[in-house]
Ligand binder design. Structure first.
Ligand SMILES: [Zn+2]
Length: 430
């Protein structure tokens, strides 16, 4: 760090080259490579030909450049590297030229700073096999607490209304649920990194992202009240990404599943962990339905997934979540309670969908392969079929009353035995 808020990268390349290009966009954030400057190659002269694009007249194996990480926009977070005050997150996806497939990294940090990562280092050196997924938390007085049995580290900085062991407990509880859900043990250690939001935004009090084996949670410590259930709610969504999609090698935009179905599965998990009860789960679904009916729904979930980052009111999360809810209700009903949506996750990881296949095709086939579920995902995901919960829910013993300002989702007074069993399996207690 030659000056606060800026890093200098010095790299020795394994083979000579004369062209380097840096990622300029990530998850809807544009212009990240504008932060790269003073690019030099040893014994060669370098020209910047466009944002993040550098070319030299001769082959070179030694390069160096600066990256300015302190001029942050709230909308950049949590998707890009930053440095603020005495901490920062270094995400190699926007710090390292794009075609570098693996690397060995060392940090020279200011006195008193340390670096933490899900990648285990030895003697200050880190072997990074997938730079695009590598995240390093650097700063003064980082605190780390680990659970070796769960393969989990929690790294914190700043002052919070909770203690490190409590954050680790929340993360471990969620981890166990998803190990159970998927039946798949993550190959690498996971790290949960919690830092104060470096830019306070009036839009959101926290932001999170899961990349590779790292969950990053940036929050405003002053506004992080009800922290226990909040932490569980945030981690229930983010930590499922360690499996879906991060442990699946599927291609294409199937965000309706790994975001929408994740929303629903996370809500079920939060309920099972006791942070919300059955009625609150129904209330959440009713709120989501109100958002759904307030927006147009004229493209399929697959198309919505393709435009997720450019369309702020994409239906990926909300419709995806409601489709997952309907799927769970229907499969429970059709199988007489023997099957649930959760079983699909286990199957996804036990059968193992072939690597590099199309995510949309693979997941739709998996969902529709269950008895009596044929055509369900095809209809709600591939086709732009609208949701009409008022009409379909009564068959499951639920009533959606959308006559008032806010919809209400309630259990019917007269349930038949089958409906009672179904709703009880979802946590209903009469
Ligand atoms: Zn997500």
């Amino acid at each position: 760090m030659p000056v606060p808020g800026e890093i200098r990268v010095e790299a020795e390349l394994s083979r000579p080259t004369r062209s380097w290009s840096f990622r300029n966009a990530y998850a809807g954030v544009l212009g990240i490579a504008e932060r790269i400057g003073d690019f030099r190659a040893q014994d060669a002269s370098v020209k910047k030909i466009a944002t993040g694009e550098f070319r030299s007249d001769l082959d070179a194996t030694k390069i160096s450049y600066n990256v300015k990480l302190s001029e942050l926009r709230a909308t950049d977070l949590p998707h890009v590297s930053w440095l603020a005050y005495d901490r920062g997150l270094l995400m190699f996806a926007d710090l390292i030229p794009q075609d570098i497939e693996s690397l060995s990294a060392q940090f020279t940090l200011p006195t008193g700073w340390t670096a933490e990562s899900s990648i285990t280092g030895a003697n200050g050196r880190y072997e990074v096999s997938e730079p695009q997924k590598a995240v390093f938390f650097v700063g003064r007085s980082l605190r780390k607490i680990s659970s070796t049995t769960d393969g989990l580290d929690v790294v914190l900085n700043g002052s919070w209304p909770f203690k490190e062991p409590e954050a680790l407990k929340a993360a471990s509880d969620v981890m166990k649920k998803y190990l159970d859900l998927t039946g798949f043990k993550l190959p690498d250690k996971a790290a949960i990194m919690i830092a104060p939001l470096p830019v306070i935004s009036n839009k959101s009090e926290w932001k999170a992202e899961t990349r590779g084996s790292t969950v990053v949670l940036l929050a405003n410590p002053q506004k992080f009240d009800f922290w226990r259930s909040r932490l569980t709610i945030i981690l229930s969504h983010e930590m499922l990404h360690l499996w879906v999609p991060n442990s699946l090698k599927l291609e294409g935009d199937y965000d309706w599943f790994f975001e929408g179905f994740t929303q629903y599965t996370a809500l079920r998990t939060v309920q099972e962990l006791g942070s919300v009860d059955f009625q609150e789960t129904l209330n959440t679904l009713a709120r989501v339905y109100d958002v759904y009916i307030s927006r147009p729904d004229d493209v399929s979930l697959i198309e919505a997934s393709e435009t997720r980052w450019t369309n702020p009111s994409s239906n990926v999360y909300i419709k995806g979540m409601l489709v997952a809810f309907l799927y769970d209700l229907k499969i429970r009903k059709e199988s007489g309670g023997k099957l649930t949506l959760a079983d699909r996750y286990r199957e996804l990881f036990s059968l193992g969908v072939a690597a590099n296949t199309n995510g949309n095709e693979a997941i739709i086939a998996l969902l529709d392969s269950a008895p009596a579920m044929s055509g369900f995902a095809k209809s709600y995901v591939e086709n732009p079929t609208k949701l009409e919960l008022e009409q379909v829910l009564p068959a499951y013993g639920l009533t959606l009353d959308s006559s008032g300002k806010k919809s209400r989702l309630r259990v019917n007074r007269d349930l038949n035995a089958e409906q009672k069993q179904l709703l009880r399996s979802l946590g209903y207690r009469d």
